[in-house]
Design a protein around this ligand. Structure first.
Ligand code: ADP
Ligand code: MG
Length: 179
């Protein structure tokens, strides 16, 4: 079994709903167990045009190989209508393998740890939220890279909780908030 971290992003269509559905979809896959998910974040596009992105990260445990996990992520991207008309194009769903245990892979079509994760707040901030002590193989604590991305716009999306909050009077302190 390997503990892996995925970064999810979307900025086409109902991006926020797509991310929620994608996490549910991941959790329903038999060969993996979702251990944790981050909050949802709204972020500025980087090296790309288009609307703001929604991003989150997921921690999972799986007996799959990293190649099998990549294939599964790509199948889920495809299921949610992912197309690749050009590099960094707006996307209905992007799922990247950020970390796969302490594996280091450098192949033409698979690089892990993900090479751009330390320079992107949209990958780093949700990851550190899940696991504040996370260590990136060869690079050290993930949190050490946060100051360098502090200038990138990222805000946590905090929807009112639909289960506990529904029907509660405004300002009721017992009304919870969903992640
Ligand atoms: P982006 O780099 O913006 O995520 P894509 O999602 O279109 O772009 O991915 C392009 C290619 O990146 C994929 O076909 C995949 O083979 C490759 N790739 C390399 N490393 C990774 C990784 N760690 N996770 C996911 N895809 C990866
Ligand atoms: Mg990708």
């Amino acid at each position: 079994m390997t503990v892996a971290y995925l970064g999810l992003g979307a900025n086409l269509g109902d991006a926020r709903q797509t991310l929620k559905d994608a996490v549910v979809c991941l959790a329903q896959q038999h060969p993996l167990t979702v251990l944790a998910k981050s909050s949802l974040y709204r972020t500025a596009p980087i090296d790309a045009g288009g609307d703001d992105y929604y991003n989150c990260a997921v921690k999972l445990d799986t007996p799959l190989s990293v190649r099998q996990l990549l294939a599964l992520c790509q199948r889920i991207e495809h299921h949610f209508g992912r197309e690749r008309p050009f590099r960094n194009a707006p996307r209905t769903l992007d799922i990247d393998i950020l970390l796969f245990g302490d594996h280091e892979i450098d192949e033409p079509d698979l690089v892990v740890p993900h090479p751009r994760m330390t320079g992107r707040a949209f990958a780093l901030v949700p990851l550190v939220e899940i696991d504040a002590e996370l260590v990136i193989p060869r690079l050290g604590p993930a949190s050490a890279f946060l100051p360098a991305v502090a200038g990138q716009r990222i805000e946590k999306v905090k929807p009112p909780c639909q289960c506990l909050g529904a029907g509660a009077p405004p300002g009721d302190p017992t009304a919870g908030e969903c992640r």
